[in-house]
Design a protein around this ligand. Structure first.
Ligand code: PMP
Length: 424
């Protein structure tokens, strides 16, 4: 099993056999509240019949067609739909099958763009400490989570890590910290050290998710954008977690009012029902890459057997229709205040050493119990026994409720966290 203590799991397995709405069910039928929207990917609630119907119909009509030199109407319809949601100008969509593949695609796109533009020396990628960009080789190399990198050697060369933005001084900050935008100047230091002509792109998660919700200080992302613009560097936002409403806006780029050149997405795109990732690129990147290739040749030599898979595209279209029909962006935005208010009250618990929240994401740090991650794992198991599914990373509990949850559901989730953490 991935990212699992396999031997310990054998002793005390946690199995889920069905799900509906904001609940998961154990084999015994015991309900578990889904406080993490699956793995940040089920905002519209589990087992939506609209998605099941769309998938079933598509399976009977066209189950597969090769994406190499062929396509199907659903792929274009989905591209147009995604482009209508992404920030203006980010309207060229490329499909992958996961967040990790989206990251690989985005990195390759950045390199291909500079080559097409006649600047092949731009090959370095700047990223950040504590970043998570998936598990494949490029994403792991630009990633900054120490445990993920350990055990895999030196990884790719040409990656420069900026500092992360979290400090003790910024503990318990509500929303964005006022101080810290100057940390974006680490990008400038990379330019000074290596030369802009060697740097292809800077990749960041607008809100760092997997290490426990690190919110950028005010002006930080704007400053990154400015420096990237001044030096011809592409700005890539990894919106695999933050995309599709998690911040209360369609994308974090909207929430922070910064437009990247390339944006990755996955997870909520199919409401977790099918594996899919996508990359949105600016028109100028698309035009540069396509016009550099001779007429009739393949412009971007990249893709997957299942890129834009017809059945998965049908699931994604059904998901985005649910977002519209149920007004899920508005629902998410309306849930932000009750969620954050409830979470903020956990600050009084003696074990809680920091809380960071933005939109419908919250990271609750617990004091380390001798060994890094031990208390977090204990919390995960105790919360599950108490009927709440969360994501735990090291000693941080992450809450990310589904958008269809009511304020009372969110209060119940936070109550469970309170009683379990008080007992730990
Ligand atoms: N990027 C970010 C920001 C993520 O949070 C994740 C997954 N949590 C990924 C990439 C990788 O996505 P996947 O697990 O679908 O490969």
């Amino acid at each position: 099993m991935p990212f699992t203590a396999n031997r310990a799991f054998k002793e005390s397995p946690r199995l889920i056999t069905s799900a509906a709405g904001i609940h998961l069910f154990e084999p015994s039928g015991r309900p578990i509240l889904d406080g993490s929207s699956g793995l940040f990917c089920v905002p519209a609630g589990h087992c939506r019949p609209e998605i099941a119907t769309a998938v079933s119909e598509q399976l009977q009509k066209l189950d597969y067609t090769t994406p190499f030199q062929f396509s199907h109407p659903g792929g274009f319809e989905l591209s147009r739909k995604i482009a209508s949601l992404t920030p203006a100008g980010l309207d060229r969509i490329f499909f992958a099958n996961s967040g990790s593949e989206s990251v690989e695609t985005a990195l390759k796109m950045a390199l291909a763009y500079h080559r097409a533009k006649g600047e092949p020396s731009r090959q370095r990628i700047v990223s950040r400490e504590l970043a998570y960009h998936g598990v494949n080789f490029g994403g792991l190399s630009v990633g900054g989570m120490v445990k993920n990198r350990q055990g895999y050697g030196t990884l790719l060369p040409g990656v420069v890590h900026m500092r992360h933005t979290q400090t003790v001084q910024r503990s318990f900050t509500q929303g964005q910290a006022e101080e810290g935008a100057d940390l974006a100047d680490d990008l400038l230091r990379a330019v000074q050290l290596y030369g802009a002509e060697s740097i292809a792109a800077v990749i960041v998660e607008p809100i760092v998710g997997s290490v426990g919700i690190l919110v950028p200080p005010q002006g930080y992302l704007q400053r990154l954008r400015e420096i990237a613009d001044q030096h011809g560097i592409l700005l890539i936002f990894d919106e695999v977690i933050t995309g599709f409403g998690r911040t209360g806006c369609p994308f974090a780029a909207d929430a922070f009012d910064v437009r990247p050149d390339v944006m990755t997405m996955a997870k909520a795109l199919t409401n977790g029902s099918m594996p899919m990732g996508a990359v949105a690129a600016s028109t100028s990147i698309y035009d540069t890459i396509t016009s550099a290739a001779p007429e009739g040749t393949i412009e971007f030599f990249h893709g997957y057997t299942y890129s834009g898979h017809p059945v998965v595209a049908a699931a994604a279209l059904a998901t985005l229709n649910i977002f519209e029909k149920d007004g899920l962006y508005d629902r998410a935005a309306a849930l932000v205040a009750p969620f954050q208010d409830a979470v903020a009250e956990l600050a009084s618990l003696p074990l809680v050493t920091d809380i960071r929240a933005y939109g419908l994401l919250a990271g609750i740090d617990l004091a380390i119990d001798g060994q890094f991650g031990r208390r977090g794992f204990a919390a995960l198991k105790a919360l599950f026994e108490a009927g709440l599914m969360v994501r735990v990373t090291n000693d941080t509990i992450i809450l990310a409720p589904p958008f269809v949850a009511e304020a009372s559901d969110v209060a119940q989730m936070v109550d469970i966290v309170r009683s379990v953490v008080s007992r730990l």
